[in-house]
Design a protein around this ligand. Structure first.
Ligand SMILES: Cc1cc2nc3c(=O)[nH]c(=O)nc-3n(C[C@H](O)[C@H](O)[C@H](O)COP(=O)(O)OP(=O)(O)OC[C@H]3O[C@@H](n4cnc5c(N)ncnc54)[C@H](O)[C@@H]3O)c2cc1C
Length: 468
């Protein structure tokens, strides 16, 4: 991009979530003008949809440095760094104040529907990089607008595109028709109407990551409460239960993340959840009483359930980027340079190597996917990573390549590993597929507590894999 030809134009940031707002703070710090376009009506619109869920990262790891500097003159102080916010706390106590201090640099009710080069579709080369970007938006009242930008930072996340229950990655047969009984997020059991939906019922939980652990723990708590007698979860997994299925447990350097897996294990051990392994959902049918029956690709039919909670991960919405030239990994739909660092099929480390503008660049100069969206379908994204990504990307946009290339990031280890590294608790089924491995950190307690003997022998067989 010939930034000199469009210096007066803003850098458009798509999404006023944690990473988009941090990008805006870094742009201001660098003297560049941001324009944040948010489809929702408030900051952290996606985070607010899981406002009842407590983060497994403490405050100290979910606020951005440049954002804090911008907020400080308003008298804002970060809550106790060791405390764990809920999604609602994060949105109310940090994201909204940040958007407020950014003022009219954040536009709400502005959904980006297209990004391209002015007057050039993705085929045309002719003085392409001298053209500004054109961004199409749909406003909350349905109007279409178009504006120009010198660069585009897409921080629109993946929350709007949850993966289906179908093991093929497509909705299972009958899944759409059963939408009244299927949810794709952790239910808020503090909400009486939601609680009534699950209390005393039999619910299938499909997925095997932090969100699935959270749902299993919530349903187990409901089962133990006075108004939840008879509540039962059926935990549906595509693979068997191995040493890493429940995450790192006490070995996880994010103790709250480790605790999620332990809570899920307790739910199974205490009989509040029964695990069904090796089950790949192919169809969702209804029985005579209107209950749902999950049918496996091998024809296996699970006992009817009242509700299904699908937590099999997310995927990026690339529809509005069709006119720009992206280089995305065929599996993860993440930038090709980043994908090998986060691909659970290849890379078994929960610790993601520092990466910045270079790994996030595309053939279309001046377009960057950052935050949750940059990970595509990979599950191990942490806010800390996103804050470092935008610091580096904005430094590059400001022409400070020294700073842009100097990426410093140390992420909390997960305590679970397979062959030469550490591995996060699988978030999506794909990861569960990938990590049928042993453990190198001292086997998390849950391995000893009840993992099938086989697992233990695998562990010893690999004889402490890190560096072995
Ligand atoms: C339940 C849950 C718990 C998590 N816990 C942690 C944790 O403890 N620690 C941690 O580090 N990470 C955690 N994460 C992961 C991650 O940090 C969060 O998902 C974080 O919100 C990602 O920030 P983001 O800005 O990339 O995306 P998002 O927060 O998803 O923000 C994207 C924004 O873009 C908007 N948007 C989407 N499409 C458009 C469009 N076309 N036009 C305009 N606006 C658009 C959305 O409305 C949204 O506001 C968690 C994630 C989930 C789902």
């Amino acid at each position: 991009m010939n930034a000199s030809t469009t210096p007066e134009l803003p850098v458009v940031v798509v999404g006023a979530g944690p990473i988009g707002l941090a990008a805006a703070a870094h742009l201001i710090e660098r003297g560049l003008e941001p324009l944040v376009l948010e489809g929702g009506s408030s900051a952290g619109a996606a985070v607010r949809e899981w406002s009842h869920v407590r983060l497994f990262s403490p405050w100290a790891e979910v606020t951005d440095e440049a954002a804090e500097k911008l907020l400080a003159p308003t008298g804002w102080t970060r809550p106790d760094g060791a405390a764990y916010p809920t999604g609602g706390d994060w949105a109310e106590q940090y994201l909204q104040p940040l958007a407020d201090v950014l003022g009219d640099r954040v536009r709400f009710g502005a959904t980006v529907t297209g990004v391209s080069r002015a007057g050039r579709d993705r085929v045309v080369d002719t003085d392409r990089e001298d053209q500004p970007f054109v961004v199409h938006i749909r406003t909350a009242d349905g109007h279409e607008e178009r504006l120009h930008a010198r660069a585009v930072i897409d921080a629109s996340g993946t929350w709007t595109a949850p993966s289906p229950v179908g093991a093929s990655g497509l909705p299972a047969l009958g899944e759409r028709a059963a939408a009244d009984r299927i949810t794709y997020r952790v239910p808020d059991l503090n909400d009486p109407s939601v609680r009534a939906r699950y209390a005393g019922k039999r619910t299938a939980v499909v997925g095997s990551g932090a969100s699935a652990f959270t749902a299993l723990a919530y349903l187990a708590d409901l089962a133990k409460s006075d108004d939840g007698t008879g509540t039962k979860a059926v935990w549906v997994l595509r693979r068997g239960i191995s040493g890493s299925t429940y995450g790192g447990g006490e070995a996880d350097q994010l103790p709250a993340r480790g605790a999620l897996g332990l809570a899920a294990k307790a739910a199974v051990d205490q009989g509040h959840a029964e695990a069904v392994t090796g089950f790949r959902t192919d169809a969702v049918e209804r029985d005579g009483k209107g209950r749902l029956v999950l049918v496996g690709e091998d024809g296996q039919r699970l006992e009817p359930v009242d509700e299904v909670i699908v937590l099999t991960g997310f995927r990026p919405d690339l529809s509005f980027l069709s006119e720009v030239r992206l280089d995305l990994d065929v599996r993860l739909q993440a930038p090709v340079e980043l994908a090998p660092l986060i691909d659970p099929n290849q890379h078994s480390c929960g610790t993601v190597y520092p990466h910045g503008h270079r790994e996030l660049s595309h053939p279309e100069q001046g377009v960057y996917l950052v935050g949750m969206k940059s990970y595509g379908r990979a599950p191990t994204f942490l806010a800390l990573t996103g804050y470092e990504q935008v610091r580096s990307v904005v430094a590059a946009l400001a022409g400070d390549l020294d700073s842009a290339d100097r990426v410093e990031l140390t992420l909390p280890e997960t305590g679970v590993c397979k062959g030469g590294g550490l591995l996060t608790a699988p978030e999506t089924e794909a990861d569960a597929d990938a990590d049928a491995g042993g453990c190198c950190a001292p086997a998390p307690a849950l391995v000893e507590i009840g993992a099938p003997a086989a697992t233990t022998s695998e562990t010893t067989a690999s004889g402490g894999c890190c560096g072995s």
